[in-house]
Design a protein around this ligand. Structure first.
Ligand code: APR
Length: 320
């Protein structure tokens, strides 16, 4: 059987980390694409030289030519501009929309059979635009946000309860922005609802509210610390988990920005929901019961995503 091929569009901080993880896990051969000349080639060379030390067997190449992504099984898109301090994800909209247009056309022409994972922000709008520009089936284009937001939520919960992060199962729905919805009613530690642990006096509602707030601002907290860019280790790890679920037909249920039609009262929108990833891409969107408060927070999030799509349509006529 031929080796799998992973194409990474964008060879910046997340792209480079993705390449390293994909090679280390031997998911397949890796092609790093970027418009910056020399950058993907340089990173590919550097990463290839990790092979003899780490003992992985993967060809890593860098390119500025979309033709080299031909035959890719998985494409992970991080091309675009990252957030700078003081910049919201939405400020990025105009710049990154143009980037999605060229990336979408590249994928449409050279790798229309791939499973495409979008990471570029503002995520819920960019994944929608990328789907529109690429013309790929909706189940083959997905956005990475929920895995990362849930990991941030889980990390803070593990710290609060002084428990292993391995036992925390935390859930974040909605858009990837300040309106995201950390869903406490489905967040557990070893199957024990977080809210039960609060009732037992192991934490307080105030502390959990603080964690929810910190999760919502999780990306911004890192941007403010780094000053020259945004998070990349955990975003890359999250993207790889989704790629593995597809390549291994794992049927994992992960919170993803998936195309939702009908469920959650949403009609034709990319938004963060639990979705099953397997060999057919997004195989199912899973609907869960939400409390009234979670429902109304989810609706705020959906409205924010809708506003972003309207803004995209205002910028690019072809999206109307
Ligand atoms: N086509 C291909 N690559 C592009 C294009 C384009 N049209 N425009 C920009 N790039 C490349 C840049 O040259 C750069 O190497 O995208 C890369 C982005 O890398 P970084 O600036 O290091 O950004 P990164 O931290 O990887 O984040 C990428 O993911 O989480 C989001 O908000 C983040 O939107 C940002 C994206």
């Amino acid at each position: 059987m031929a080796r799998k091929k992973i194409a990474l569009i964008g060879a910046g901080n997340i792209g480079g980390t993705l390449a390293h993880l994909a090679a280390k896990k031997e998911l397949g051969d890796v092609v790093l694409f970027d418009i910056a000349e020399g950058l993907p080639q340089g990173k590919a060379l550097d990463l290839s030289q990790c092979g003899p030390i780490e003992g992985f067997d993967a060809r890593i190449t860098g390119t500025n030519d979309y033709a080299d992504i031909a035959g890719a099984d998985v494409i992970i898109v991080t091309a675009g501009v990252a957030r700078k301090p003081g910049m919201s994800r939405d400020d990025l909209l105009g710049i990154n929309l143009k980037v999605m247009k060229s990336v979408g056309e590249g994928i449409r022409t050279h790798a229309p059979d791939a499973f495409v994972i979008c990471i570029t922000n503002p995520l819920d709008a960019m994944v929608w635009a990328l789907r529109e520009f690429s013309g790929l089936p909706k189940n083959k284009v997905v956005g990475m946000a929920g895995v990362l937001d849930s990991a941030r939520f889980a990390t803070f919960l593990a710290w609060e309860f002084e428990t292993s992060v391995k036992d925390v199962n935390a859930f974040v729905l909605g858009g990837h922005g300040d309106t995201m919805v950390p869903v406490l009613s489905y967040s557990t530690i070893s199957g024990i609802p977080v809210l039960d642990l609060v009732a037992q006096g192991r934490s307080t509602k105030e502390k959990i509210d603080e964690i929810v707030k910190r999760t919502r601002g999780g990306g911004g907290e890192i941007v403010a610390l780094l000053k020259t860019g945004s998070a990349y280790y955990a975003p890359a790890t999250s993207g790889i988990a989704m790629a593995e679920a597809y390549l291994g037909d794992q049927k994992r249920i992960l919170p993803c920005a998936a195309y939702v039609e009908g469920k959650y009262g949403v009609d034709g929108l990319y938004v963060g929901v639990p979705a099953m990833i397997g060999a057919d891409g997004i195989e199912q969107v899973i609907e869960i019961d939400l409390t009234d408060e979670e429902k109304s927070n989810f609706q705020v999030s959906v409205d924010a995503v809708k506003e972003l799509l309207e803004a995209c349509k205002g910028i690019d006529e072809s999206l109307k």
